[in-house]
Design a protein around this ligand. Structure first.
Ligand code: ZN
Length: 253
């Protein structure tokens, strides 16, 4: 009898996880993440680590400053390879179809649009981290690259990191155009809002041509090649980066 129970349980596990189709209808956030993973893998010809399943904690991390807690949606912690989502998502269910195709117009602030974009964005961080570990470069980005004060060097790392994440995060947007927003000169002072704007918008502007042209190889390049700081501001740094990246990736095709 005992044997039989063990056997039945094993069979159930195999049935449940090996190749089971993503659930349909009303689904949890974790199930939505599994659907998004599959969607991103097929769309961008990538593969998350075999057997990996997202681990989610529903809380605002203590490191998030109080004034930012209201806007907090989600984040990925590479040190623990896990996700934090805002507690508002506990017990909420979503329509599964929303995570399967291009659905949202730019600027859509509905809960569904926000969660779909947040999930794909955070999965982008997780994927870049996995790529780095597969290349034996350890977690990415590294905690020690971010001291308390955020300046130019940190911004250049964040542009790569948030750029990859934003590329994934905008998967469900119909309009993915981006403005050319790179400043020609280094700014004397980077306010937190300006830093965030440049990391996300500037990062997307930087990474989009590389991932569009080279897909997964563009991501591998970004996690293994930091951006060198150039005198001519962010724009010169970005152009120099593209020049080297396109040359390297084209020659190794
Ligand atoms: Zn991010």
């Amino acid at each position: 009898m005992r044997r039989l129970i063990v056997f039945t349980f094993t069979f159930f596990l195999i049935f449940r996880f090996a190749g089971a189709e993503p659930p349909q209808g009303r689904i949890s956030l974790e199930d939505a993440m599994r659907i998004c993973m599959k969607n991103l893998e097929e769309r961008y010809h990538i593969a998350f680590d075999a057997g990996w399943a997202p681990f989610v904690q529903y809380e605002i991390p203590k490191a998030i400053p109080r004034e930012e807690a209201l806007d907090f949606e989600a984040c990925y912690y590479p040190a623990e390879q896990s996700f934090f989502f805002h507690p508002r998502y506990v017990g909420i269910s979503f329509e599964s179809g929303a995570f399967l195709k291009d659905t949202f117009p730019a600027g859509d602030t509905s809960l569904l649009a926000r969660v779909a974009s947040a999930i794909c964005h955070e999965l982008g961080h997780a994927y870049a981290d996995q790529v780095s570990r597969r290349m034996d470069l350890g977690m990415w980005p590294k905690e020690e690259w971010f001291p308390d004060t955020l300046g130019k060097e940190e911004l250049l790392v964040d542009m790569l990191s948030e750029g990859i994440a934003e590329y994934f995060g905008r998967t469900f947007l119909r309009d993915r155009s981006e403005a050319e927003i790179m400043p020609e000169e280094w700014e004397a002072e980077l306010s937190p809002a300006r830093y965030e704007y440049l990391s996300y918008e500037g990062g997307y502007w930087l990474m989009r041509p590389l991932i569009d042209a080279f897909g997964d190889r563009g991501i591998r390049y970004a996690v293994s090649h930091p951006i060198a700081l150039q005198d001519g501001g962010l724009k010169a740094s970005a152009f120099r980066y593209w020049e080297a990246a396109f040359k390297d990736l084209r020659s190794s095709e």
